[in-house]
Design a protein around this ligand. Sequence first.
Ligand code: NAD
Length: 289
Amino acid sequence: MNIAFIGLGNMGAPMARNLIAAGHQVTGFDTAARPEGIPLAASAAEAAAGADIAITMLPNGAILRAVASDVLPALSAGVILLDCSTVDVTSARAVAAEAATHNIQTLDAPVSGGIGGAQSGTLTFMVGGASEALAKAAPLLDVMGARTVHCGPAGNGQAAKICNNMILGATMVATCEAFALADKLGLDRQAMFDVVSTSSGQSWSMNTYCPAPGVGPQSPADNDYQPGFAAELMLKDLRLSQDAAEAAGSPTPMGAAATAEYASFVQQEDGQGRDFSAMLPRFSGKNRD
Ligand code: NAD
């Protein structure tokens, strides 16, 4: 396929490289990044002209909306706009509505799996949009990822992503505060892991991504909390969950508490650039107010 790929940062560049390696023609565009090995156009619209599909991997919903306004008039009718960014549900649905006026179908397909998953082509895609559009995009999703879940109409991919990450943020905070409490109660961290990882307190945060160094599987905690999944990206996703909860009128007290913890960690402490599991040394270094 002839693919326009807009947004060639930490995630977009390796995803585009995997498409090139699979034999597709990729023309990229980024306002700042100039990654090796990806042919570049002078503008997003120029990359989109003549493309069979346009893929975006951008920082946020405002930028996605601006890029979509540039790109949609340049795409031929029947082409698909596949957005893999994590953005607010409202922007995803607004772009879908604007695209429909150009006879373009959209898919919102945010990912989990991080930079490692983007490099190895093992991302999970959570997809909102029409089944027929997904069927056309599926061969490309199979190159960039290992798993695709169709979550329903436009915006539902973003809804799934932020609900998942709201659970992840809340369970990571809960796991880290419990480790810090266990320390203060004199409980050995290995014993804490052995009990919780096989008991009803278990979660992905404990079992697969244990925030305590030297305990459980290898995780960013064993690498001085280098990300991994940076605390500021968790904060971004938690904020999206709170925006969506407010718009939908749905109570999310645990999501709100996790958002407040990550906001203070990233903005007022040393959380920026650290893995999101560095909540554990943060709690260890604090006393109860
Ligand atoms: P990034 O900042 O590395 O890349 C974004 C790129 O978009 C940058 O290169 C930037 O120059 C470019 N850009 C900004 N405005 C543009 C415009 N108007 N036109 C063209 N290019 C533009 O971010 P990333 O880590 O690659 O993340 C991309 C998206 O994926 C985000 O929505 C993020 O939340 C999501 N995500 C990231 C991860 C991760 O681990 N990094 C994991 C899952 C999802």
